[in-house]
Design a binder for this molecule. Structure first.
Ligand SMILES: Cc1cc2nc3c(=O)[nH]c(=O)nc-3n(C[C@H](O)[C@H](O)[C@H](O)COP(=O)(O)OP(=O)(O)OC[C@H]3O[C@@H](n4cnc5c(N)ncnc54)[C@H](O)[C@@H]3O)c2cc1C
Length: 473
């Protein structure tokens, strides 16, 4: 029996970022009743979706050091998302009366800032060509808006990539969902979930309870800890951490017709500028792993300094005169194997739409389809490589140290780029050797380092390990 403060629905979606809203939109299109629990109004501090550059980067996320299997898998999934993106935006435009323009093309530039830019650009071009997409090398002088301090040595034009304004997309989806007669929206946080007879019960911070046949957890980095202990055990979701990113929007003193980015480096998505409406330009982005995301913490001066320095040095020196319009912080949800979590979990009523890390704006409609398929055709997505029931490969600490000290040194060198000739390799080798020794030891320092790695077993954890190793005596 339900009480006055209980609502019953087919599906409750927890989280109101792009993953939650896209999934709700898809479920409504399949004639289900949907209840969203998550902030609709307010500042949306910490939300990744509104902080994103929102480049639709199918190929330019590829790194030369990625394993061929991983490149094949991720590029294929991103390509599915990209192929249907314009049609999805058209559907949203029609239903909301708000058009979200897609700006075609992304430039990737290589320069002396990155130790491996030439190799990365080659790997990106090879991935595009392997999937029949054009990738055209050009002179850096041909890149509109590029006027850096550090001379670019090469440029790659990817006409099939694109960018959008994620704020406009969130607003358009919000318009549709707020007005939809089969959608209810609690403008509040979920505080817990437990089983309740044949339903799942979601508690809402405003005191309400929502009962549902299915639950979609799309609360980004906030997913962790929502389920009660029994449910969490059955769901058995792979652990989720978050990469905190800071970005800004400025009024730039130059025209920017298409996004320009460097390759990934130092565990981040490089420096990039993305055109927005009315001559505004987005600049991104930092990436720092947090084991417990703090949604209330604003951008630090160090994060802003890194962003500004790299943007003026690598992209356009006149950004120094740009007018600052907005600063955003977002927590990118990420798993240990860096692959998303889409679809049914170990519990038949609990589904995940998260773990999208740096590609969630691109992947949102694809995720929504997979999650909705798992609800309307149970079992149909069980074998999907992004299924939460997959075996997540957790790299050993020694393996991470061996493969990722270069990224660590690149990150330590920010802002400003590189150390004197030869010193970078020297530091890389020394840090690798020192971390190996510490990790293998039995001192309190070694125990603390291993404990930290157990909480976040991924390459992005190395800066935290370095910090922890230095603090403990
Ligand atoms: C700086 C930056 C740049 C990026 N650039 C790109 C890019 O160029 N291209 C791209 O494709 N992707 C990019 N991304 C990644 C992309 O933004 C994310 O993968 C995606 O937005 C994640 O969406 P989400 O809905 O899962 O999470 P979020 O957008 O973080 O939304 C989660 C929502 O859940 C809410 N929530 C949390 N806890 C609760 C709770 N208990 N109850 C209810 N609601 C809760 C939060 O308030 C939040 O609104 C970028 C991310 C960042 C931070």
């Amino acid at each position: 029996m339900t009480t006055m403060s209980e609502a019953v629905t087919d599906v409750v979606v927890v989280g109101s970022g792009l993953l939650g809203l896209s999934t709700a939109f898809e479920l409504l299109n399949r004639d289900l009743d949907v209840t969203i629990v998550g902030p609709r109004t307010g500042e949306h501090n910490g939300q990744a979706s509104r902080a994103a550059g929102a480049m639709l980067t199918v190929f330019s996320e590829v790194e030369a050091t990625h394993a061929p299997d991983r490149i094949r898998l991720e590029v294929a999934q991103r390509l599915i998302a990209r192929t249907g993106y314009q049609a999805w935006l058209d559907r949203i435009g029609e239903a909301s009366g708000r058009q979200v323009p897609l700006i075609p093309g992304v430039w990737v530039i290589g320069n002396g800032y990155g130790t491996d830019d030439t190799a990365h650009l080659k790997a990106i071009a090879a991935a595009a060509e392997a999937h029949g997409s054009p990738a055209e090398f050009a002179a850096p002088g041909d890149v509109a808006g590029l006027a850096p301090q550090v001379r670019a040595s090469e440029a790659l034009w990817l006409p099939d990539e694109a960018s959008i304004d994620p704020g406009a997309l969130v607003e358009a989806l919000t318009t549709i969902l707020s007005a939809h007669r089969r959608c209810r929206w609690f403008n509040s946080a979920a505080t817990g979930v437990h089983e309740h007879g044949e339903h799942l019960a979601v508690q809402v911070a405003d005191g309400s309870t929502v009962l549902a046949a299915h639950l979609v957890l799309a609360a980004g980095a906030g997913v962790t800890g929502l389920l009660d202990a029994d449910l969490a055990q059955e769901v058995a979701a792979p652990p989720l951490r978050s990469g905190r990113g800071v970005s800004v929007v400025v009024r730039a003193p130059f025209a920017l017709p298409a996004a320009v980015r460097s390759p990934n480096r130092g565990f981040a998505c490089g420096s990039h500028m993305v055109p927005r409406a009315d001559g505004r330009v987005y600049l991104g982005a930092t990436n720092r792993l947090s084991t417990e995301p703090d949604y209330g913490r604003r951008a630090t001066l160090d994060e802003l300094a890194t962003l500004m320095h790299d943007a003026t040095a690598e992209l356009n020196t006149t950004l120094r005169d740009a007018e600052l319009i907005e600063v955003r912080v977002g927590h990118r949800p990420v798993t240990a194997d860096h692959l998303p979590l889409f679809g049914r979990t170990g519990h038949p009523m609990v589904h995940l739409a998260t773990g999208t890390y740096r590609c969630g704006v691109l992947l949102a409609p694809h995720a929504a389809t997979i999650v909705a398929d798992g609800i309307t055709s149970p079992g149909s997505t069980a074998e999907h490589p992004y299924s939460p029931r997959r075996q997540v490969h957790v790299p050993a600490l020694q393996e991470l140290i061996a493969t990722s000290t270069r990224g660590l040194v690149e990150m330590l060198c920010q802002p400003g780029g590189s150390l004197p000739a030869g010193s970078q390799e020297l530091l890389e080798r020394f840090l690798g050797a020192a971390l190996h020794e510490i990790a293998a030891g039995s001192s309190p320092r070694a125990v603390a380092v291993r404990r930290l790695w157990e909480r976040a077993p991924m390459a992005e954890c190395l800066p935290l390990l370095l910090d922890a190793a230095g603090r403990i005596r």
